[in-house]
Each structure stands twice: as C-alpha cells, then as structure tokens.
Design a protein around this ligand. Structure first.
Ligand code: SF4
Ligand code: SF4
Ligand code: FES
Length: 250
C-alpha cells in the first residue's frame, strides 16, 4: 500500500477497440477529498507511470462530476460504480480501475453503452406527444403515482445494473434491469401508458423479462437506489397479464 502522502492507482488500458489490454500503475500525491475522476484528471495533467515512463493520458468519460450524467461508470476495485463519487479515502489501495467488461471498449476506461439506448428504443421508453401544437396541460398524476414514479425517473443510464447482472450477456440478449424499470415508469405515466401494450410485447420472448434470474445484483449496485427488483416483479406481472389477454384474444 502507498504511504499516506501518495495514492496508488492501477489502470487496465486498451489503445483501441481491438488491441490487447495491458496494465499501468500510477502514484499520485494525496489530496484530501480526492475521488477517482479527480485522480484521472491528475494523471491526464502528468501522464507518467510509477516507473517514470511517460505514457498517453488515460481516456475516460465524465461530465457532471456529481453523479447525475451517468457517464463515468467503470469497475472500481471490481465493482461497477461511478468514478466521480468514488472517494479515494474509502477505497483499498492500489485502486484498480477497469472498463466495464460487458460493453465494447472504445479506449482505456471508455466503453460504448449504446446497447441501453437501443433497448430503451425497443420498449418505447418515452411519453408519446407529437409536439407540433399546444396540447394544453397533460393529465395530472396522483400523489401516489408521483411517489412511485419519482425514484424510477432518477435513472442516469450508467449501465452499472447491466454490468453486474449475470444474465446480461451475448447469449441471452437480456435487455437488463434499467430498461425494465423504465417500462414501469412510462406504463405508470397517464400519457405514457398509451404505449403500454407495445412495451409489454417488446419484453416478451428472447432477451425479454423472462431472462431475469432474480439474482438482485442490479439493485445492489444502482447508484440512484432505484427499486429495480420491485420494478422487475411489477413489470413481470404486467407482461404475464398481457400474455394471458393475448391468448384469449387469439
Ligand atoms: S435481478 Fe438479477 S438477473 Fe434480474 S436484472 Fe437484476 S441482476 Fe439481472
Ligand atoms: S437503473 Fe440504476 S444502475 Fe441501472 S442504469 Fe439506471 S441508474 Fe444506472
Ligand atoms: S461525471 Fe456525471 S455521473 Fe460521474
């Protein structure tokens, strides 16, 4: 472990999407209140490894620096979490940083998470309004609806829940907990519910909700404490109902 005046950071690097990964170690002067993103900024300002070799600055994503934009997700000491809220004081050293393992690496710690956005498109995770003329005020939501919907609306599309999920892999094509939770949010919205049946149908079959094994890893890593397992159970019930209705209709 580094002495109290320095911080040791080991980073799994990859120069491009197809090249072989390799590790580099950095030793930084300690400052109180440092987090993983500020450490990566320090490395960018002086990209020299612990052995004194000048190297390319490490590529990583970040934006808001306050756990709102969802861009800085990575594996920190093996756990999927946000770099901007990961305080160095609370991490075991050397701090090991790796890109997400289930998403294509763009470079170093930056990965392509567009699969989540494709999945959200599949389930029409939006409120349908055409926006060409003033529709007036929408229907009001009850206090109970607001109470249920607000936590669901906090999703920052970080993909931590998908990285941690044993079922989210190429074999299953599982959409993952974030998408299912957004289905719950928009199905519970007075205007959004117009697309409820389309959403439920999109979650039937391969890659749909039945792929979930209820391992609950997702809810443990979600940085916004979204009740994901509740969402999965709730939407699972809705999908089942829809399947029964479809059966009697045919
Ligand atoms: S409950 Fe388990 S299997 Fe289902 S989405 Fe969460 S982590 Fe994946
Ligand atoms: S549900 Fe939670 S872990 Fe999953 S993408 Fe949204 S904020 Fe991230
Ligand atoms: S930089 Fe926006 S969530 Fe970390």
């Amino acid at each position: 472990m580094a002495n109290s005046k320095t911080v040791l950071i080991k980073i799994k690097r990859q120069d491009n999407p197809t090249s072989k990964p390799y590790w580099e170690e950095f030793e930084l002067p300690y400052r109180p209140g440092m987090n993983v993103t500020s450490s990566l900024m320090d490395i960018a300002a002086n990209p020299v490894t612990k052995d004194g070799k000048t190297t390319a600055p490490v590529t990583y994503d970040s934006n808001c620096l306050e756990e709102v934009c969802g861009s800085c997700a990575m594996l920190i000491n093996g756990r999927a979490r946000m770099a901007c809220s990961a305080l160095i004081d609370k991490l075991e050293q050397p701090v090991k940083l790796e890109p997400f393992s289930k998403f294509p690496v763009v470079r170093d710690l930056s990965v392509d998470r567009s699969v989540l956005f494709e999945n959200l498109k599949k389930v029409k995770a939006w409120v349908p309004t055409d926006g060409t003329y003033d529709l007036g005020a929408g229907p009001r939501q009850s206090a109970e609806q607001q109470e249920m919907n607000y936590p669901l609306s906090r999703c920052i599309s970080c993909c931590c829940c998908m990285e941690a999920c044993p079922q989210f892999n190429d074999k299953t094509g599982f959409v993952g907990a974030a998408t299912i939770s957004q289905v719950r949010l928009f199905n519970n919205h007075p205007t959004g519910s117009a697309l409820k049946v389309d959403r439920l149908k999109a979650l039937m079959g391969d890659g749909g909700i039945q792929e979930c094994g209820y391992a609950q890893n997702c809810v443990e890593v979600c940085p916004k404490d979204i009740p994901l397992t509740k969402s999965i159970a709730d939407v699972g019930g809705q999908v089942m109902w829809q399947a029964v209705k479809d059966l009697f209709r045919t």
